[in-house]
Design a protein. Structure first.
Length: 425
RNA sequence: GGAGAAAUACCCAAGUGGCUGAAGGGGCUCCCCUGCUAAGGGAGUAGUAGGUGAGAAGCCUAGCGAGGGUUCAAAUCCCUCUUUCUCCGCCA
């Protein structure tokens, strides 16, 4: 949610920032609605002041057993006007709110305009592995090694589901353990949230109303605002943990991480290059989420990027870090860096972590504030999130980058204490 | 799933239609008094959101779990919802 005041005071700045996404906003409509809103408020409030005065006088008269019928009549008339104006006001406010809620976040100043093609690779770590044999893709490898059962997964869950088995399940679990261990070492708090969330969470995270139909609803067919949906990422739950609250400044930054499966419809997104575990309806992810003051937030962002990078580095994977261009940043975010691992079979770098700063966009939507020590006033805080990491993208990278000529796969050293083996064959 | 009870400020709590934006207590902040393992006295203590202002000045509006309604007037009466507690049922 953007600040309406900012839209009114500096329309051009907002329009320019949004245009970096290729987003054309009807800000004039918002400004007109706000003007209307103010004028109605001025009217209805002066009427209410009148009525309050009359009520006071009526009370005095009644106490003195005097006749108040004239004032009561007056007050009745005022009441009719108030009701009318209030109804009109509610209508205008809803229109205004909906219009502003639809606007995406403003990319930070240093974010460049344009789509994916404008993304900038900040750094590449490690190098592409070379093979003196014909490398296989992760679907072949995982199937042959009995790690993933794609066919029976479809039997159970339908298209887009798989089963982790045997060493595959062990490797998955090892990754999760590894991530948890690392985040705990950094002092992040471990959270296991509910997987089914209320509409408000989706709105607060900035995913609704735009993506309302891209999550799984378990009820609320008639009225989505009363239903529950399966979370598409732990961010949706974590970012709403303190909604409606005003935190003490000294409690910030708050650093959390959660493990949850993520449930996504991913309707129409299947491409042959996304076979296997690249895009499923359910995948495991560890998510980091921080609440920070505006002053802290940039440093926290860098910290989270560094944390995600360290996980990939410790696994020994070759990866790169991309700074996303305006149109590639999701709607709620002002800045996003992707960490992308090399997938030999596809010849591309695929995202395993996306670290973003929402600034106060989400906090405005879910009303999360902190009390500023200097002014004593509440202020919206900043929310940051980042995967750390999504396992469904990491396992393909591991099996493909660490495969041997005989079809076996080397297990990253840091995971071996959980897998109990150095090679999966 | 059913029945009942409750929700008031940092905490406890009074308040069944009008001088209640809210008694009283605790806590906290400040001041005064007194020297001794602390006590007493006094003052302050609804934050917030919104409108109008140059304005963290005034003035106004809203705000007693949330949302509606009745009324000239609602913390107080009515309806719906949420949460908590108690009891009953269900529990792969």
């Amino acid at each position: 949610m953007l600040d309406i005041r900012m839209i009114i005071e500096d329309k051009q700045k907002v329009a320019d920032a949004l245009s970096k996404r290729g987003y054309v906003a009807d800000l004039d409509n918002i400004i007109v609605l706000d003007k209307t809103r103010r004028s109605i408020i001025a009217q209805v409030e002066s009427k209410k002041a009148q009525r309050n005065k009359a009520s006071e006088q009526i009370a005095v008269l009644k106490r003195n057993k005097q006749d108040a019928s004239e004032l009561i009549e007056q007050s009745t008339t005022i009441g009719v006007d108030i009701k009318q104006l209030d109804n009109h006001l509610a209508e205008v406010e809803k229109q205004l709110f909906d219009a502003v809620a639809l606007l995406p976040n403003m990319p930070d100043d240093d974010i460049i305009a344009g789509d994916k093609e404008q993304n900038v690779v900040l750094r590449q770590i490690g190098s592409k592995p070379t093979f003196d044999f014909a490398p296989k893709n992760h679907v072949e490898l995982c199937t042959a090694l009995g790690m993933i059962d794609y066919e029976r997964g479809v039997k159970l869950g339908g298209n887009g589901y798989w089963i982790y088995r045997n060493k595959g399940a062990l490797l998955e679990w090892a990754l999760l353990n590894f991530f948890v261990e690392q985040h705990l070492a950094d002092g992040y708090e471990f959270i296991l949230p509910p997987h089914m969330l209320t509409y408000k969470c989706g709105f607060g995270a900035g995913q609704f109303p735009k993506f309302t139909d891209e999550v799984y609803w378990i009820d609320g067919e008639q009225d989505r605002t009363k239903g529950q949906f399966m979370l598409p990422t732990a961010e949706t739950s974590l970012v709403n943990m303190y909604s409606g609250e005003t935190l003490a400044q000294k409690s910030l930054p708050i650093k959390l991480f959660a493990y949850t499966p993520c449930y996504r419809k991913e309707a129409g997104s299947y491409r042959s290059e996304e076979r296997g575990m690249i895009r499923g309806h359910q995948f495991n992810k560890v998510e980091m989420l921080c609440f920070a003051t505006p002053e802290q937030s940039q440093a926290i962002f860098e910290e989270m990027v560094a944390k995600a990078e360290r996980l990939v580095t410790l696994l020994g994977l070759h990866y790169q870090v991309s700074k996303l261009a305006g149109a590639d940043i999701s709607a709620s975010m002002a800045r996003t860096y992707d960490i992308e691992v090399w997938l030999p079979s596809m010849g591309i770098y695929k995202e395993v972590s996306s670290v973003s700063n929402s600034n106060d966009y989400q906090a405005r939507r879910n009303n999360t504030r902190y009390r500023d020590d200097a002014t004593g006033k509440p202020r919206y805080l900043h929310t940051l999130n980042g995967s750390g990491l999504a396992t469904s993208r990491v396992i393909p990278a591991i099996v493909e980058q660490f495969q041997n000529a005989d079809g076996s796969v080397n297990v990253p050293q840091v995971l071996q204490k959980w897998t109990g083996c150095a090679v999966i064959k």
